[in-house]
Write a protein of this length. Structure first.
Ligand code: SF4
Ligand code: SF4
Lengths: 189, 292
């Protein structure tokens, strides 16, 4: 983590904590640091900071450390933390907000594979309205440069009739496209 | 005759095709009617809610709005991950009028909240249907030891999924299995996470989580793990070979969907229930209950 001057950092990043509280709708100031969230977290073994540490770091205004953490990209949104929190904080929701903020702030390097996957996934939805698995896999592998990822599953999936060679296009494709575009305009992206 | 709007989601015709096949066969046998939501779209899954909050609500809200055109009061989504997205729409939009207006401004047809989400497990595990199932069992699953695996998203967090079951030790599937004559084992990994989409982005982590689940189930003496989510099922079934390779183990643990086992007990042909679609050979299970 390196050395951190807390009083300075706290002052500079106070607005960030407020933003996270507002966006997630979760009052993380209520956290007792009981660490129950971390105790049950299935991703903890692969995280650099545990979920309760992330909450604490937020309170301390450590914006960069949090947004650059591995943790927010390891989190798989299983909601165990949210279910168990004694202070009724939806920790998983906070993780969602942090991922979105990390992408916006250009801090998503550690989550590169996740954001590429999400982008490719959403672009297939935007075009067809539904997921097209074979296309998703191929595009994902091309973009990540990991050409043969899961290639061993491709043929068996086909043989079992579990992968379709062509996408299904829904009729309301225009509606879906509108949703994407209106949001883009609303959020000024 | 119970009637529900059905949201198949992207996996019921592809990766989880046996879940789709067995769901329809079993519904038919039990006199449950499914009306597919017309022109449904993908719920956005985790990709939407990791990326944009509004998008994560608008995509599933369009589906719920379309379900409102059907003569039903409830909708089911067999995939737990999809279920969670619809639950989030109901939870968030019923508490925030502004947000609801904003989401509706993105949609062609407004979402009113008239059609309610119902847990897919619950349409089988409610007392009346359980009774119906018990009456119709033709091939009891007696002697079959099953580890019911609920995963995360059907049961957590309880205030959002709005389903009366214990999020740490749920019972719905256990009760169904008991009604079929099978023996649901008490085991500690019922709701542990399988890694979900980490299989795509951080495979080692997913492999470890799957290994833990498979190992505990094996150690508990399970003949199979029963799944209720196509995402979990695919991680445990299709990736089992990679798990075994990585950890030098041999589980050979079949991962049928709970609907496949219901169908088996109702005496339906394993072929129409999609048993051949499973990656790990379920022959041992079929033999044990005299279906092979
Ligand atoms: S469980 Fe809740 S109160 Fe406890 S450390 Fe985690 S966020 Fe804080
Ligand atoms: S939602 Fe994320 S942080 Fe919370 S327990 Fe699951 S993996 Fe851990």
């Amino acid at each position: 983590m390196g050395e951190v001057n807390f009083s300075q950092v706290m002052e500079q990043n106070r607005s960030f904590v407020d933003k996270v509280i507002e966006k997630s709708g979760q009052d993380i100031r209520q956290c007792y640091q009981c660490a129950k969230c971390s105790g049950g977290c299935p991703g903890s073994f692969a995280m650099d900071y545990l979920p309760n540490q992330i909450i604490r770091m937020l309170m301390l205004g450590m914006k960069e450390e949090v947004l650059k953490s591995q943790t927010i990209w390891v989190c798989m949104g299983c909601n165990t933390c949210t279910t168990r929190c004694i202070r009724d904080i939806e920790v998983a929701h906070v993780m969602d907000t942090l991922r979105q903020e990390a992408i916006k702030a250009g801090y998503a390097e550690k989550g590169r594979l996740v954001t590429i996957f999400n982008d490719v996934f959403l672009s297939t939805i935007r075009s067809y309205g539904r997921l097209f698995e074979a296309g998703l896999l191929m595009m994902n592998n091309m973009k990540t440069g990991n050409l043969f990822k899961d290639a061993q599953f491709g043929l068996p999936m086909m043989l079992k009739g579990k992968a379709k060679p062509f996408p299904h296009r829904i009729k309301g494709r225009k509606e879906i496209k509108n949703i994407f575009e209106k949001i883009k305009r609303m959020e000024g992206k | 005759m119970p009637k529900y709007a059905l949201y198949p989601g992207c996996s019921l015709e592809t990766g989880g095709i046996e879940y789709g096949m067995s769901s329809h066969a079993v519904a038919h046998a039990l006199g449950i009617e499914f009306l597919e939501v017309p022109d449904w779209n993908c719920c956005g899954a985790s990709s939407a809610h990791m990326t944009d909050h509004l998008l994560s609500l608008a995509l599933p809200a369009r589906v719920l709005a379309l379900a409102e055109t059907l003569p039903v009061t409830e909708m089911v989504a067999p995939c737990a991950a999809c279920h969670q997205r619809f639950a989030a729409v109901e939870y968030e939009l019923s508490r925030d009028e502004d947000l609801k207006r904003k989401v509706n401004s993105l949609l062609e047809r407004p979402y009113t909240g008239k059609v309610k989400l119902r847990s897919y497990l619950d349409i089988f595990a409610n007392p009346e249907t359980l009774e119906e199932i018990r009456k119709k069992v033709k091939r009891s699953l007696k002697g079959l030891k099953v580890a019911c695996y609920y995963g995360c998203l059907f049961v957590k967090p309880p205030k959002v999924v709005n389903y009366v079951d214990d999020p740490e030790n749920p019972q719905a599937m256990d009760n169904i299995m008991r009604a079929l004559g099978a023996e649901p084992l008490p085991w500690p990994y019922k709701t542990e996470c399988c890694g979900a989409s980490l299989g795509m982005t951080k495979e080692e982590a997913c492999t470890k989580l799957c290994n833990d689940i498979l190992k505990i189930a094996k150690d508990s003496g399970a003949d199979c793990i029963v799944a209720a989510c196509p995402l979990c099922q695919q991680n445990l079934d299709m990736r089992q070979i990679s798990v075994e390779k990585k950890y030098g183990t041999q589980y050979r643990m079949p991962i049928p969907f709970f609907t496949q086992l219901i169908g088996l007990a109702l005496g339906l042909d394993p072929k129409t229930l999609g048993f051949k679609k499973l990656f790990v050979d379920p022959a041992g299970v079929l033999r044990k209950v005299g279906a092979a």
